[in-house]
Design a protein around this ligand. Structure first.
Ligand code: G4F
Length: 360
């Protein structure tokens, strides 16, 4: 029997790859996108377009997780077998500036999804995947797994932790199939430029093409467990195929610093970075030419930082049979290569246009 999935946040990196994955499994896929994704120019649907999924493949609905009535009606009409709640404000640094809307979207939004299932009387026929995050571990020591006490240190982490507990509470109180995927950082060529990986790979490609200035970054020493988003969306699906709902860490088990990511990305285009100076005066220099390619921007430091994320996905491996296929070097190379294509395709006159901007 054909299953139906409903993805909130379908226009994001994970939403687009998950939609692609579920379509390949024969699912009927419905996705919710916010009204502003439809505005001209329709950049909001760019990821779905990049994967060839806009149009008839995914049925799109305009909506917003903060609008409970809207969600109730959508879920009533679609009657999905599986809901993947991926909508959210996902930029940790932004959450310090907009803590109120972060909680509205990431916590109250999750509550609205869970409650829409409940008030429509669908507790026994819908499975809900909640996009939880390793940012919930915050200051907890590494490595982190499902048993690690959580100590979030950003409004984003706090909002996600509350949502995680809401999913557990609905599971325990109403017998609802609600499962948390506690995902460590996962990246791809579709990653937004306000995350550090894509910011770096796009800057490297621009510099190689001769049209980028120095890359400005904040904390170079934080450690992240970076995997490939395509591996992770498969894990999301596997989580919802278990007989009993549970909570699972998805991670590669390998941590690298932002500094290492910078070095690997430049290495892909044949540039060796050497570091000079210290603190906010530190810079990354091309070992051959002496050109300054990386600078520190104190404005990009966060009020509080998660220093070391390193996931232990042993439970997912044992129970789901999930393990990541893509490792760090390949991920960096794929992302740099994808950004090189953007610059190769552009005539010199267009390369400094609005598509090339430093964000986040
Ligand atoms: O790429 P980031 O912004 O990702 P972050 O904060 O780890 O969050 C991502 O992963 C979480 C999973 O743990 C998700 F829940 C969340 O939604 C998101 O996907 O920053 C990574 C690191 C940080 O330590 C940051 O301080 O890079 C450091 N960094 C240094 N310079 C920078 C920059 N981050 C950004 N965004 N921009 C910079 O210029």
């Amino acid at each position: 029997m054909t299953k139906t999935a409903f993805i909130t946040g379908v226009a994001g990196q994970d939403g687009a790859y998950l939609a692609q994955f579920l379509l390949s499994k024969g699912y009927r896929v419905h996705g919710m996108v916010r009204w502003d994704s439809y505005c001209e120019p329709v950049d909001g649907l760019a990821r779905l377009e990049a994967l060839g999924l806009a149009g008839e493949h995914v049925t799109l609905h305009m909506g917003d997780v903060t609008d409970a009535n809207n969600l109730n009606l959508l879920i009533r009409d679609i009657r999905p077998d599986e809901i993947y709640n991926l909508a959210g404000l996902s930029q940790v640094h932004v959450s310090f500036g907009t803590p109120g809307s972060t909680l509205q979207i990431n916590t109250a939004g999750t509550l609205n999804v869970l409650d829409a299932v409940r008030v429509n009387g669908l507790e026994n026929c819908v499975r809900v995947y909640q996009a939880s995050s390793s940012e919930m571990f915050g200051k907890a020591g590494a490595p982190q797994n499902e048993e690690t006490p959580m100590a979030p240190c950003s409004p984003y982490g706090v909002a996600k932790l509350a949502a995680y507990h809401l999913a557990k509470t609905y599971r325990e109180s109403y017998g609802m199939y609600a499962a948390n995927g506690i995902l460590f950082n996962h990246e791809s060529p579709l990653r937004g430029e306000d995350f550090v990986t894509r910011k770096i790979t796009k800057a490297v490609a621009a510099i190689e093409a001769g049209c980028g200035g120095a890359l400005r970054l904040g904390n170079l020493d934080s450690l992240r467990d970076w995997g490939d988003a395509r591996d992770f969306v498969e894990g999301m699906w596997m989580i919802l195929q278990q007989d009993e709902p549970g909570d699972y860490v998805l991670a590669t088990g390998e941590a690298h610093s932002v500094r290492e990511f910078v070095e690997a990305a430049f290495k892909r285009v044949g540039v060796q970075i050497v570091w000079q100076g210290a603190g906010v005066d530190e810079m990354g220099v091309d070992a051959k030419s002496g050109r300054r390619l990386v600078e520190i921007d104190p404005a990009l430091f966060r009020p509080a930082e998660v220093h070391h994320l390193l996931g232990d996905a042993g439970k997912a491996k044992a129970e789901l049979g999930w393990s990541p296929k893509v490792r760090f070097d390949r991920l960096v190379a794929d992302m740099v290569d994808a950004d090189r294509v953007i610059f190769q395709d552009k005539p010199q006159s267009e390369r400094d246009g609005p598509t090339w901007k430093m964000a986040g």
